[in-house]
Design a binder for this molecule. Structure first.
Ligand code: C5P
Length: 133
Protein backbone atom coordinates (compact mmCIF):
# COMPACT_ATOMS: atom_id res chain seq x y z
CA UNK A 1 0.00 0.00 0.00
CA UNK A 2 1.18 3.48 -0.84
CA UNK A 3 2.37 5.63 2.05
CA UNK A 4 1.45 9.30 2.06
CA UNK A 5 3.15 11.76 4.38
CA UNK A 6 1.11 14.85 5.23
CA UNK A 7 2.10 17.39 7.85
CA UNK A 8 -0.44 19.32 9.90
CA UNK A 9 -0.42 22.07 12.50
CA UNK A 10 -2.61 23.29 15.32
CA UNK A 11 -2.27 27.07 15.34
CA UNK A 12 -3.17 28.23 18.85
CA UNK A 13 -4.32 31.77 19.63
CA UNK A 14 -3.99 33.83 22.82
CA UNK A 15 -7.30 32.35 24.09
CA UNK A 16 -6.00 28.78 23.60
CA UNK A 17 -8.32 28.22 20.65
CA UNK A 18 -7.22 26.07 17.71
CA UNK A 19 -7.59 26.94 14.02
CA UNK A 20 -9.31 24.49 11.70
CA UNK A 21 -10.07 24.88 8.01
CA UNK A 22 -12.86 23.40 5.94
CA UNK A 23 -11.85 21.43 2.87
CA UNK A 24 -13.31 23.22 -0.16
CA UNK A 25 -15.70 21.78 -2.75
CA UNK A 26 -13.97 19.78 -5.44
CA UNK A 27 -11.32 18.32 -3.13
CA UNK A 28 -11.43 14.86 -1.64
CA UNK A 29 -13.24 14.92 1.72
CA UNK A 30 -14.86 18.27 0.80
CA UNK A 31 -16.74 19.90 3.65
CA UNK A 32 -14.75 18.19 6.40
CA UNK A 33 -12.71 20.29 8.81
CA UNK A 34 -8.98 19.68 9.19
CA UNK A 35 -5.85 21.02 10.75
CA UNK A 36 -4.00 23.15 8.17
CA UNK A 37 -1.10 21.59 6.36
CA UNK A 38 -0.47 19.41 3.36
CA UNK A 39 1.79 17.04 1.49
CA UNK A 40 5.54 17.27 1.49
CA UNK A 41 7.19 18.24 -1.78
CA UNK A 42 10.15 16.16 -2.89
CA UNK A 43 13.15 16.72 -0.64
CA UNK A 44 11.27 18.80 1.91
CA UNK A 45 11.48 18.27 5.65
CA UNK A 46 8.12 18.30 7.48
CA UNK A 47 8.81 21.69 9.07
CA UNK A 48 9.73 23.23 5.72
CA UNK A 49 6.56 21.85 4.15
CA UNK A 50 4.45 23.33 6.95
CA UNK A 51 6.07 26.73 6.64
CA UNK A 52 5.37 26.68 2.88
CA UNK A 53 1.79 25.47 3.27
CA UNK A 54 1.00 28.08 5.92
CA UNK A 55 2.27 30.80 3.63
CA UNK A 56 0.30 29.46 0.65
CA UNK A 57 -2.97 28.66 2.43
CA UNK A 58 -3.13 31.26 5.20
CA UNK A 59 -0.66 33.98 4.23
CA UNK A 60 1.27 33.79 7.49
CA UNK A 61 4.97 33.44 8.19
CA UNK A 62 6.06 30.90 10.74
CA UNK A 63 9.59 30.42 12.03
CA UNK A 64 10.81 26.87 12.31
CA UNK A 65 11.68 27.43 16.00
CA UNK A 66 7.96 28.12 16.66
CA UNK A 67 6.89 24.66 15.45
CA UNK A 68 6.80 21.98 18.14
CA UNK A 69 5.80 18.37 17.41
CA UNK A 70 2.82 17.22 19.49
CA UNK A 71 1.61 13.88 18.16
CA UNK A 72 1.34 11.68 15.10
CA UNK A 73 -1.63 10.26 13.20
CA UNK A 74 -1.51 7.01 11.24
CA UNK A 75 -4.61 6.02 9.28
CA UNK A 76 -5.27 3.40 6.62
CA UNK A 77 -7.54 4.81 3.93
CA UNK A 78 -8.79 2.37 1.24
CA UNK A 79 -6.09 3.29 -1.27
CA UNK A 80 -3.22 4.64 0.82
CA UNK A 81 -1.84 4.78 4.32
CA UNK A 82 -1.57 8.29 5.71
CA UNK A 83 1.12 9.30 8.18
CA UNK A 84 0.54 12.75 9.59
CA UNK A 85 2.60 14.43 12.33
CA UNK A 86 0.80 17.26 14.12
CA UNK A 87 2.80 20.27 15.23
CA UNK A 88 1.66 23.10 17.45
CA UNK A 89 2.41 26.74 16.81
CA UNK A 90 1.53 29.78 18.93
CA UNK A 91 3.52 32.48 17.13
CA UNK A 92 3.37 33.68 13.56
CA UNK A 93 3.70 36.88 11.60
CA UNK A 94 1.28 38.44 9.16
CA UNK A 95 -2.48 38.55 8.96
CA UNK A 96 -4.21 35.23 8.76
CA UNK A 97 -6.20 35.08 5.51
CA UNK A 98 -8.11 32.25 3.85
CA UNK A 99 -6.07 32.45 0.65
CA UNK A 100 -7.83 29.50 -0.97
CA UNK A 101 -11.34 30.64 -0.04
CA UNK A 102 -11.59 28.01 2.68
CA UNK A 103 -13.79 28.56 5.73
CA UNK A 104 -11.77 28.96 8.92
CA UNK A 105 -12.83 28.53 12.54
CA UNK A 106 -11.12 29.15 15.88
CA UNK A 107 -12.36 26.43 18.20
CA UNK A 108 -11.74 25.38 21.80
CA UNK A 109 -10.08 21.98 21.93
CA UNK A 110 -13.05 20.41 23.74
CA UNK A 111 -15.40 21.60 20.94
CA UNK A 112 -13.35 20.19 18.03
CA UNK A 113 -15.53 17.09 17.96
CA UNK A 114 -18.49 19.26 16.90
CA UNK A 115 -16.79 19.73 13.51
CA UNK A 116 -16.78 16.71 11.18
CA UNK A 117 -13.17 15.78 10.38
CA UNK A 118 -11.40 13.24 8.15
CA UNK A 119 -10.88 10.00 10.08
CA UNK A 120 -7.12 10.55 10.22
CA UNK A 121 -7.55 13.85 12.06
CA UNK A 122 -9.91 12.69 14.80
CA UNK A 123 -7.23 10.92 16.95
CA UNK A 124 -5.32 14.21 17.05
CA UNK A 125 -8.05 15.81 19.20
CA UNK A 126 -7.39 14.15 22.61
CA UNK A 127 -3.72 15.25 22.78
CA UNK A 128 -4.89 18.80 22.05
CA UNK A 129 -7.49 18.59 24.81
CA UNK A 130 -4.77 17.35 27.19
CA UNK A 131 -2.53 20.21 26.20
CA UNK A 132 -5.05 23.04 26.18
CA UNK A 133 -7.93 22.28 28.55
O1 C5P B 1 -4.87 17.98 1.41
P1 C5P B 1 -4.59 16.91 0.38
O2 C5P B 1 -5.80 16.63 -0.46
O3 C5P B 1 -3.36 17.16 -0.39
O4 C5P B 1 -4.31 15.60 1.25
C1 C5P B 1 -4.19 14.34 0.64
C2 C5P B 1 -5.06 13.33 1.37
O5 C5P B 1 -4.63 13.18 2.72
C3 C5P B 1 -6.52 13.76 1.48
O6 C5P B 1 -7.27 13.36 0.38
C4 C5P B 1 -6.98 13.04 2.74
O7 C5P B 1 -7.34 11.72 2.43
C5 C5P B 1 -5.75 13.02 3.59
N1 C5P B 1 -5.74 14.07 4.61
C6 C5P B 1 -6.33 13.84 5.84
N2 C5P B 1 -6.31 14.82 6.81
C7 C5P B 1 -5.71 16.01 6.55
C8 C5P B 1 -5.11 16.25 5.30
C9 C5P B 1 -5.14 15.26 4.36
O8 C5P B 1 -6.88 12.77 6.08
N3 C5P B 1 -5.68 16.94 7.52
Amino acid sequence: MKLLLVVAVALIDADNRVLIAQRPEGKQLAGLWEFPGGKLDAGERPEQALIRELQEELGIEVKEACLAPLTFASHAYDDFHLLMPLYICRRWQGTLTAREGQNLAWVRANKLRDYPMPPADIPLIPPLIDLLM
